[in-house]
Write a protein that binds this ligand. Structure first.
Ligand code: TRH
Length: 377
């Protein structure tokens, strides 16, 4: 009998909640032979990264995952063997009763936010609250041994490396998106929240002696791009050139295509959680726009990651990365930080690949979850 898993995803805002749970659900089915139901309260957010989703349907199969709309009126549902509440979402009360009624109570876990902070290792796997005899556990993704690891499908890094060595495949992929970048151009992607530092960064890219082609998937940063370009109604497919900088607006694509986009680029600006991890798997230098939290606690998370990520860099390269990331996240001087960063480009490129391969040596999140369940039973 396959183990039955229920994953609950409440879309708070943006795409990280559904992005993470959709990847996890598919991987549990494809690699661990689990029977997975994915409960999503906002199918429209899901549709952006998985266009074949029918937003009208209460139930549908997508890539072997039993996708359910999580309705306001909860239907009578038997609880699964493993229950994942993603990002501390509250389960339907009737479902919690169903968990407690099972002869053998399910394994109930909260899949938490990703953080590189030290305390994560100590808290991963600890018991949390109890509901009528059903114990909930903390599951913390992370970068260090002893955490829940990162989402990484089997063979991902090999696929990525093969793609990066195949100039034809890359060119065809980019052309499919309408991207025709001249050879020798620095290709970059930009996925970020609104950011006041963008204008000074674009200024310096436009004035650079080296050509840059910047690919911007449609989203929250477009307003800032539009203001800098001094145009109106910036939309998918638009291409504008200012000095050495070409800016192109791309559609929001399927997750697999977004991965390939990151693999094609020499530098990726990413945000949130899932794109941040995917940029690391791309093995290329990156810039993280972290999701802002109350009382600036996100800045502690940023520092914790920077500390870990830059550990093996020379002091000067480390300072350059730290300065750029802090400028991007706290309205600092992007122009100066970018120029300094460029001085360390070869080191940063080699480091990005090394970091990726080192992280790839750790067990991936889905495998750690399944192992946690097997140990628990
Ligand atoms: O959308 P986000 O800002 O999500 C955020 C974070 O997860 C944050 O931690 C959380 O608290 C907040 O949501 C509620 O960034 P993230 O995590 O990178 O998710 C974006 C998803 O969109 C990711 O799975 C990649 C995917 N994506 C595509 O599938 N196609 C695209 O074209 C692009 C640009 C992204």
């Amino acid at each position: 009998m396959k183990a039955r898993w229920d994953i609950f995803c409440s879309v708070v805002d943006n795409y990280g909640d559904i992005g993470v749970t959709w990847r996890l659900a598919r991987q549990l089915v494809a690699e661990h032979d689990c029977a997975v139901r994915l409960w999503v309260d906002d199918l429209r957010a899901f549709e952006r990264m998985c266009p074949q989703v029918d937003v009208q349907r209460a139930q549908q199969w997508q890539e072997g995952v039993d996708v359910r709309h999580w309705p306001a009126q909860w239907p009578v549902t038997a609880a699964a063997d493993v229950v994942i509440a993603a990002f501390a979402c509250q389960l339907p009360p009737d479902y919690m009763e169903a968990m407690a009624e099972r002869e053998r109570t399910p394994l109930w876990m909260n899949l938490d936010y990703l953080s590189a902070e030290d305390w994560v290792v100590g808290c991963h796997g600890l018991p949390s609250v109890k509901f009528k005899g059903v114990q909930k556990y903390f599951f913390f993704p992370g970068f260090r041994p002893g955490t829940g690891g990162l989402l990484r499908e089997a063979g991902l890094l090999e696929q990525r490396q093969a793609f990066q060595q195949d100039a034809v495949a890359q060119r065809q992929f980019l052309q499919g998106l309408g991207v025709f970048a001249a050879t020798g151009t620095r290709l970059m992607s930009l996925f970020a929240y609104e950011n006041a530092g963008l204008a000074s960064w674009l200024d310096v890219l436009a004035a650079d002696g080296y050509a840059t082609h910047l690919l911007v998937p449609e989203g929250r940063i477009l307003g800032d791009v539009q203001r800098w370009l001094g145009v109106e109604g910036l939309t998918v497919g638009d291409v504008h050139q200012r000095g050495a900088l070409t800016v192109q607006v791309l559609p929001f694509v399927r997750q697999e295509q977004y991965d390939r986009l990151l693999w094609c680029c020499d530098f990726n600006a990413v945000r949130g959680e899932d794109s941040f991890v995917r940029a690391q798997w791309a093995g290329r230098p990156l810039l993280w726009h972290i999701y802002r939290q109350d009382e600036d606690i996100h800045l502690d998370k940023l520092d914790a990651f920077l500390e870990l990520y830059t550990e093996a860099l020379s002091p000067a390269a480390k300072a350059a990365v730290v300065a750029l990331w802090q400028a991007w996240n706290a309205d600092g001087d992007m122009a100066h930080s970018w120029k300094v960063l460029l001085e360390h480009w070869p080191q940063l490129t080699a480091h990005a690949e090394k970091w990726c391969l080192e992280q790839g040596l750790q067990a991936d999140l889905a495998t750690v979850l399944v192992q946690f369940y097997l140990n628990w039973i």
